[in-house]
Design a protein. Sequence first.
Length: 241
Amino acid sequence: MTGGQGRVGAWGLLVTAVLQAVGPLWAGFDQGRPDNPVVVPPGPFFAVWGLVLLGCLVVAVRGLGRAGDPGFRRLHVPLTVAQVGFVLWLVFAARVPVLTVPVFVLMLVMLVIALRRAPARAGSDQVLVEAVLGVYAGWSAAAVWLNVATVLDRPSSAVLAGLLSGAVVSTLVLIVFVCRTAAARIAAGVTGAWALLGVTLSASAAGSAALAALAAVGGVAVVVVVVVGRRLSARGSGGAV
């Protein structure tokens, strides 16, 4: 029964990974609109989604041959739900933007669960799995807050500062308390810092010095935590989910 469930889960992960990968092609995915709030990174920064989609596809393909591996089985549900969530996000972004917020939150929760389950449970593919999940979660931890800004009607500078602060804090929490390995911490940290660098550039170009400074300080904090925060990260890891 376990083997059969593992194969079903592996194929479900692959199918949703393929749907996630091709989704932007038919949905016309484009985050670089000129009417975006100043806390949204420039369009080229969203190229990170290419790494996410390709990485998830590679993990799913590798997982087909490891359907019986407990580590991959424990990833099937949360990662599959996250991938379905991304497809739904694309649909809602074009039709009902406000619904992208709860979908993005769900995606982040699933990625957190996947990260907590992955370490030391994926055999020789541990680094691959951790790196892909780290990139996905690191971007999502920051982007979920910036996504809120895109559905608000002319948010004030104070509201944008609050959302940006949330992006910084959630990225730091992810690195310190969720990521368990160097691969996950580095991947999540670099990706989160990349998002905050994009915010810094966007805010600077729009003349929002305070928001640019907040994003820059947040990005530096993320890098510092990744470089020197290994003990704190290990202490906050806790047990497996």
